[in-house]
Every structure is written in structure tokens, then in C-alpha cells.
Design a protein around this ligand. Structure first.
Ligand code: ADP
Length: 260
């Protein structure tokens, strides 16, 4: 707490007391500190692919690869892969910022849960052709009160993680079921699993179980943070359970009907 002291004087200028105003700056400082950390990680994350792109282009400019078409091809490949990564990063960062700002309104309507799941599965099937996504929805007539695009985005993030961290040919199950006053969604994979001490941390920004996850799998470490923001803005909860080597299940809840 920061104290601001003011002396009180009488008409002759004698001190007759003090007024102390205390301001709780801990919360403000915490937010400021989190912002600074975020900016420093973002700068680092953006600088890495940019440096690779600049190095590749620099080498191309020198013309030294004209006689070595293989290396020329590799340089262009690196520049292309890293520019795609930059685009993903910038898009994810902007999505998170938009979700965190109070200005962004999520327009909620009544949505059929099975439609949301079907849209997400279709979007992911393009990248998951080597994998099967089993479709397990019952009952199909559940309706939730939600911003449909944001929930489809959440499901796409969870499903593409399931695909990324599962062996070829394994089954991914997505389901929704009604509970007393809410709908419970589940995305389950039989992949490598997540260590117990990371189950909560992975929902943080730029948190990955393995430092190589971003390089090898093309992730940004922001996908689950975006999911958490979206679900919390719906008043729901999102969490994960896992057993190492046997697979993971991601759960989230949404309101079944319009809030009064
Ligand atoms: P990324 O872009 O790296 O996938 P996410 O925020 O979506 O970022 O996920 C953070 C990390 O959580 C991943 O890098 C991975 O280490 C771990 N993770 C997420 N989903 C799964 C899953 N289904 N199976 C195993 N690990 C997962």
C-alpha cells in the first residue's frame, strides 16, 4: 500500500494533524509486471523467426548460392516456414489481446452443441488426414449459450493439439453431455500425455511441456491461453486430465441456456 500524507494546519500555520490516504498499488503493480513480462516474451518470440528470415534473405542477397541450387531452396524454405510462424504468432497475440480487453464483446446466442463440434472437426480434418477423429455426441440436441465462432475456435485449438501430440492412426474423441445446469465438452486423445505438474501451467501464455514443442510441432504456446480466455469470458471452466503415455482429456463447460 502506498501512503500519501498531508499535514493539516490551523489558520496560524500550526500542525494540528495529518491525513493519510492509502492506495493499494499491489494489484496495479502485478498487472504492470505481467504486461512487461508478456512484452519481453513476445519480443523474443517475434525476434527469433525474424532473425532467421533476415539471415536467409541476407545470404540470398550475396548471391553465393547461385551455383548451389539445393542450398538456395533450403534458404527459401526457412524464410517461408518462419514467416508462417510469424503470422501465427501475431494472429494469436492479437486474439489474446482482443479477448483480454473489456471492449471486445462476445455476441452470444443459442447454439446447437453438435453444430459447433461438427464445424471444428471439419476444420481440423484437413490437417488430421492421417488420424481418425471419432465423433461421439449424445444427446445431439443440447443447446448452449455461446459466441459460436469463439467456441469453434476453442474446439479447433483442442482438436489440433490432440492431433499434434498423438501417434498416427490413433483415435480422438470429442463429446458433449448435459449436466445439471451446464454442458460439459470433452476432447480426448490417446497421445503422449502431459505430466501432472504441467496440467495447469500449459494454460499460461507461451507455456509448453517441451521447449522443442514449438519448433517441431509449429505451435506458439498461446493456443490454450486463448481457449482459457474464451471459456472464462463465457463464465465456464476449462481444465485437463492426463495419464503419461496413455493420453489426455481436455474439458470445458458452458451454460445450457441464456442467463437472465
Ligand atoms: P502450442 O501452440 O504449443 O500447441 P498450446 O497452448 O496449445 O500451445 O499448448 C501448450 C502445450 O501444452 C503444448 O506445447 C504441449 O506441450 C502441451 N499440450 C497441449 N495439448 C496437448 C495434448 N493433447 N497432448 C499432450 N500435450 C499437449
Amino acid at each position: 500500500i502506498a501512503w500519501n500524507n498531508t499535514l493539516l494546519r490551523d489558520s496560524a500555520g500550526h500542525i494540528i494533524g495529518t491525513v493519510s490516504i492509502g492506495e493499494d498499488i499491489t494489484e496495479r503493480q502485478k498487472i504492470e509486471q505481467m504486461k512487461n513480462e508478456f512484452i519481453s516474451i513476445v519480443s523474443h518470440e517475434l525476434r527469433t523467426p525474424l532473425t532467421a528470415i533476415r539471415a536467409s534473405l541476407g545470404l540470398l542477397q550475396t548471391g553465393i548460392y547461385e551455383k548451389k541450387p539445393d542450398k538456395l531452396k533450403r534458404m527459401i524454405e526457412i524464410a517461408a516456414i518462419d514467416s508462417e510462424r510469424l503470422v501465427r504468432l501475431v494472429n494469436d497475440i492479437l486474439d489474446l489481446e482482443r479477448l483480454d480487453s473489456a471492449r471486445a464483446v462476445l455476441e452470444k446466442t443459442t447454439c446447437k452443441a453438435s453444430d459447433l463440434i461438427r464445424q471444428a472437426v471439419e476444420a481440423v480434418q484437413a490437417i488430421a488426414d492421417r488420424q481418425q477423429i471419432a465423433f461421439d455426441i449424445h444427446p445431439t440436441d443440447i443447446e448452449v449459450w455461446a459466441a459460436s465462432d469463439a467456441i469453434v475456435q476453442t474446439l479447433i485449438n483442442l482438436l489440433s493439439n490432440a492431433v499434434k501430440f498423438s501417434p498416427v492412426g490413433s483415435t480422438i474423441t470429442v463429446s458433449v453431455e448435459p449436466q445439471i445446469d451446464r454442458a460439459l465438452f470433452q476432447v480426448r486423445d490417446r497421445g503422449r500425455g502431459i505430466p501432472a505438474d504441467k496440467l495447469e501451467a500449459i494454460f499460461g501464455r507461451f507455456q509448453q511441456v517441451d521447449a522443442s514443442d514449438s519448433r517441431d510441432k509449429g505451435g506458439t504456446g498461446l493456443g490454450l491461453a486463448i481457449c482459457r480466455s474464451i471459456i472464462e469470458r463465457h463464465g465456464g471452466r476449462i481444465w485437463a486430465e492426463s495419464s503419461l503415455g496413455a493420453g489426455s482429456t481436455f474439458f470445458f463447460t458452458l451454460s445450457l441456456q441464456q442467463e437472465a
